[in-house]
Design a protein around this ligand. Structure first.
Ligand code: NAD
Length: 329
């Protein structure tokens, strides 16, 4: 009896694997069939454009239809709701601000899961709470669909040039199918483990990003107060051990670099609200795992204060401007 039971379990497992591989191969065969894209904001609009450039027809949807105007002009078809997108495409990418938006877009009255087709692949590239990714994966599974988390690193510039880094969590057998789409938008696509682990990697990265940005802003400000030319100081830092992404690619001081938010009154880019949200996720994760993150906690407080003081819509590198204004208080 025990042998029979074990044998049945093995057979069931093989069947399960077969079904999962069958899903992948049928989607892969239809590789240039339409892809749904929901959330055409600072990042999503560029990502969807890159899918179009690679020859994928795109069904786009955003709660603010005007966000879809540009992609529509480039040939995407715009639909009113996430449910309509799920009715037309069996591979969907979401790029939304926060956990609440993701819950709404997947499980809301006009959400993806209302119309999702069996075997669909749902890829969420928003930065959200890993526990919400796990919950969405469970809900998708009930409908016979697969949900993977694939948050990104790289900012608007990397989204535009198709050079994002994706951190992917979910069923490993689906990774090839996920890679096929994500390599149209990014140069690095890394498998992290079970669903939610992509978010874990992203939260850690953004905590370090915030700490690095605040550190760069403080350092640049001190240098300027000591009489150094900011361009020269940046050049020296970038040749020295203080170099980091915030100093060499996304410098927060106006006039040091072209083509970054600090050159454009901190418009566009990665909003202060989003950074405060990501640091909140890091803080929650640290509390749940009893992990000490003193600099992460201080960074969270700084970005929260900035949100309350009129910086919410500005790029997160505006912490430099915030420090300067604080000095005048
Ligand atoms: P964004 O606010 O510019 O864009 C989000 C889009 O989602 C908006 O167009 C909004 O209208 C749409 N949206 C919100 N709720 C919706 C709903 N219910 N239905 C349909 N559409 C809805 O944000 P973004 O900067 O593009 O960031 C998106 C995600 O990517 C966030 O989780 C952010 O943390 C992450 N991220 C951003 C950057 C960056 O540099 N901006 C970098 C890495 C990761």
């Amino acid at each position: 009896m025990a042998v029979f039971f074990r044998g049945s379990q093995n057979l069931l497992q093989k069947l399960k694997n077969h079904v999962s591989f069958a899903n992948v191969s049928s989607r892969a065969m239809a590789s240039k069939t339409p892809v749904g894209f929901i959330g055409l904001g600072n990042m999503g609009s560029h990502m969807a454009k890159n899918l179009l450039k690679h020859g994928y027809p795109v069904f786009a949807s955003d709660i603010f239809p005007e966000s879809c105007k540009e992609i529509q002009d480039l040939g995407a078809q715009v639909l009113d709701t996430p449910a309509e997108v799920a009715d037309r495409a069996d591979r969907i990418i979401t790029m939304l601000p926060s956990s609440l938006n993701v819950i709404e877009v997947y499980t809301g009255l006009k959400g993806i899961l209302k119309k999702v087709k069996k075997g669909s692949l749902l890829i969420d590239s928003s930065t959200i709470d890993p526990s919400v990714s796990k919950e969405m994966a469970r809900e998708a599974e009930k409908m016979g669909a697969v949900f993977m988390d694939a948050p990104v690193s790289g900012g608007v510039g990397a989204a535009s040039s198709g050079k994002l880094t994706f951190m992917v969590g979910g069923v490993e057998e689906e990774f090839t199918a996920v890679q096929e789409l994500l390599t149209c938008m990014g140069t690095n696509v890394l498998y992290c483990g079970e669903v939610g682990t992509g978010q874990a990697a992203k939260i850690c990265n953004n905590m370090l990003l915030a700490i690095g940005m605040i550190g760069t802003a403080e350092t640049m400000n001190l240098g300027i107060r000591l009489g150094l030319d900011p361009k020269l100081l940046s050049k020296i830092l970038n040749m020295s051990s203080g170099r980091c992404w915030s100093s060499d690619t996304y410098n927060p001081v106006p006039g040091v670099m072209e083509g970054v938010p600090s050159a454009n009154n901190y418009q566009g880019g990665f909003g202060t609200t989003l950074m405060a949200k990501d640091l909140g996720l890091a803080q929650d994760a640290a509390t749940n795992t009893k992990t000490a993150i003193p600099l992460g906690s201080v960074s969270h407080q700084i970005y929260r204060v900035m949100c309350a003081q009129g910086y919410a819509q500005k790029d997160f590198s505006s912490v430099f401007q915030f420090l300067r204004e604080e000095e005048n208080q």
